[in-house]
Design a protein around this ligand. Structure first.
Ligand code: NAD
Length: 480
């Protein structure tokens, strides 16, 4: 570490905020550790209300110019950011892995290319976002999509740059300016993105990044009267806090929150496929909001499904996320591991049986776990664990499957494994979920609506839905 630069996996990262096109330090710092070995990655600027206000002021000052920039030019600049992401793909991949412990091979092959795609997709979509005109008794209605203003974007640590750019790209494309507050456990790639955006020629103040601890810097951002949109991805308790803070100015909110999604396995399913879908739920060491952590399996195939699942899960390789054969890396933080183990031990204490796993391993690893003999109203079935922990319950018929699937306060996603199209249609129609996957998982198109029902969130983002959120839609009626 020298001055404000730290070296992460061989890549220099500036640990300061990025405000109004300049690096800005804070009086205090916080320490960022790697979940891989607990090593110190850097001392990061610990923002306060002063830096939050400065970032919003920079976003406000840059807004008129950016909003007035022709769409084609905004799109060109966003493609230039995507080019920069692609040029620095390896740097972003290794830094993200060091920071959040997710697999290097997925950062290289899936996540970082997707980050670039986020910018390209919304840049292109912007150009297709046309004004609608229609006629009312000879009067013309002209619908336009006006940028809303400075947006505050607050994001979690489980897929840091992917989730941040899923918000940044449409917000900027729409003509807004942005203040991003990345999670304090994973501040690094947001800082690299600020460098990339500057090199791409994004004007000063259009994208600002403030670092800091959520409870310290959050309120100054979310209660600021000049902020026109807040998009948040994270936990339900933080969402409640942000919603209360935003209420003072009635700032529109998009909330993408937790889940406790089901995987319904019907007796007519291809069981090998169903097992693959189930084992996939351990991806990212179970730190995926969409994960189908409740396996609901039709009674008649439950024994065979469990046998094949145990065999398949036994082949997963847990270890260093930088090594290519690794399937499961570490969990993010000591605090998170304690939380995961607390859930599991309380469940076992209440009578659950660990078919596999059920314990912490050395370092920051948790054994992939499958719990059976769990009650529907138990904590382990109702609460999000956010670790590699699945429960298995059985059902007798479709009606019971749907009842169990929907008996949760969440409604983010659901996955079905069935050989019958008719059943898939019937069941899908009854499920409460923002996304339903039939015989597949995690297939996501950026033009599709994404979001959750109930406590899984408010609103949808993706394609037109993102522009709905990030724009003030205006109708102008003109007399003949
Ligand atoms: P978190 O709520 O603890 O933190 C998320 C962000 O909020 C961080 O940047 C944090 O610094 C910030 N924050 C904390 N307190 C704040 C405050 N008072 N004001 C403003 N900001 C504040 O969540 P987390 O532990 O980082 O993330 C895990 C959660 O995110 C899980 O519940 C997971 O399901 C959810 N998640 C949801 C989605 C989705 O798309 N629905 C995607 C990924 C993660």
């Amino acid at each position: 570490m020298t001055g404000h630069l730290t070296t992460v996996a061989g890549v220099a990262v500036d640990t300061r905020h990025w405000i109004g096109g300049e690096r800005v330090a804070s009086a205090a710092t916080f320490t960022d550790h790697s979940p891989i070995d607990g090593g110190v990655l850097g001392e990061i600027a610990r923002g306060t209300a002063a830096e939050a206000h400065a970032a919003v002021a920079a976003a406000k000052a840059a807004f008129p110019g950016w909003a007035a920039t022709p769409r084609a030019e905004r799109a060109r600049l966003l493609h230039a950011v995507a080019d920069g992401v692609e040029r620095r793909l390896e740097d972003l991949a290794v830094v993200e892995t060091a920071d959040n412990g997710a697999l290097l091979r997925s950062h290289r092959r899936g996540v970082m290319p997707r980050v670039a795609h986020n910018f390209r997709f919304f840049a292109d979509w912007l150009l297709t976002l046309d004004h609608e005109d229609f006629d009312t008794r000879g009067h013309t209605n002209h619908v336009s999509w006006d940028p809303a203003g400075p947006c505050v974007l607050i994001t979690p640590w489980n897929a840091p740059l992917m989730l941040a750019t899923w918000k940044i790209a449409p917000a900027l494309a729409a003509g807004n300016t942005v203040v991003l507050k990345p999670a304090e456990w994973t501040p690094m790639t947001a800082s690299l993105l600020a460098d990339i955006a500057a090199e791409a020629g994004l004007p000063a103040g259009v994208l600002n990044v403030v670092q800091g601890l959520g409870p310290e810097i959050g309120d100054a951002l979310t209660s600021h009267p000049d902020v026109r949109r807040i998009s948040f991805t994270g936990s339900v308790p933080t969402a409640r806090h942000i919603a209360a803070s935003a209420a003072a100015n009635l700032t529109p909110l998009s909330l993408e929150l937790g889940g406790k999604s089901p995987l319904l396995v019907f007796a007519d399913a291809d069981l090998d496929l169903a097992v693959e879908l189930a084992v996939e739920q351990y991806d990212n060491a179970g730190q995926v909001c969409l994960a189908a952590t409740r396996l609901l399996v039709e009674e008649s195939v439950a024994e065979e499904f469990t046998r094949r699942f145990v065999e398949r899960a036994g082949q997963l390789k847990q270890g260093d996320p930088r090594e290519l054969p690794t399937d499961l890396g570490p969990n993010i933080h000591e605090r998170q591991l304690e939380k995961i183990d607390g859930f599991v031990q309380r469940a076992i204490g209440a009578g659950a049986r660990a078919v596999i796993g059920g314990e912490r391993l050395a370092g920051r690893f948790y054994a992939p776990t499958l719990l059976t003999d769990v009650a529907q109203d138990s904590e382990i079935v109702q609460e999000e664990v956010f670790g590699p922990v699945l429960t298995l319950q059985t059902f007798r018929d479709e009606a019971e499957a749907v009842r169990l699937a929907n008996d949760t306060r969440f409604g983010l996603a659901a996955t079905l494994a069935t050989g019958s199209r008719e059943r898939a249609d019937r069941v899908t129609g009854q499920l409460v979920a923002g996304t339903v996957w039939v015989n597949c998982f995690f297939v996501r198109d950026l033009q599709a609506p994404f979001g959750g029902s109930r406590h899984s969130g408010v609103g949808r983002e993706g394609g037109t839905w993102s522009f709905d959120f990030y724009c003030d839609v205006k109708n102008t009626v003109t007399a003949p």
